[in-house]
Write a protein of this length. Structure first.
Length: 163
């Protein structure tokens, strides 16, 4: 399967919103609790510095996405943040890795100096292993920093990558 990572287009909003909402509804990785509609999704994705999708080169189906934006403003505006979402049916195909690698390149192109993750859930082992394999450094852990879907509080890990 050939996976093409490319900038999103307006006609990608519906599958992007569906994939984003799938992760939100799982309640184990994203801090958001409210799902996007097609209208709020269009607004949300358009406000990011950059958004990309992972597209199956043959079927043209959208399998995943990422958003890239500043982590802070002003004197800390050189630090970026990103979120990644892969459809449940497409997990295990290394799409996340392709999304993160593309994101690192785009972050550099947009002039960011650091990519920082504020809240990687400690039990999200696949994401943590991917980030560490790609050279991200863990800054620390915040005990009980994430409320899981079932109400249990889980630790979150902070990561950064120097671009």
């Amino acid at each position: 399967m050939y996976i093409n990572i490319r900038e999103y287009k307006d006609n990608d909003i519906l599958p992007m919103t569906d994939i984003w909402n799938e992760v939100v509804e799982e309640g184990i990785a994203f801090p958001q609790e409210d799902c996007l509609t097609q209208e709020t999704g269009k607004e949300f994705f358009s406000k990011q510095t950059y958004c990309a999708v992972a597209e199956d080169g043959e079927s043209k189906k959208i399998l995943g996405l990422y958003i890239l934006h500043p982590n802070n403003a002003g004197r800390c505006g050189h630090i970026s943040n990103a979120s990644y979402a892969v459809s449940s049916e497409s997990r295990g195909l290394h799409i996340g890795e392709k999304l993160v690698q593309d994101c690192l390149e785009k972050a550099k192109q947009y002039g960011f100096k650091i990519l920082q993750f504020n809240a990687v859930v400690a039990t999200n082992i696949h994401a943590r292993h991917l980030y560490e394999r790609l050279g991200f450094k863990q800054l620390g852990t915040i005990p009980g920093g994430f409320r899981m879907q079932n109400g249990h509080y889980e630790d979150i890990c902070l990561y950064y990558y120097t671009l």
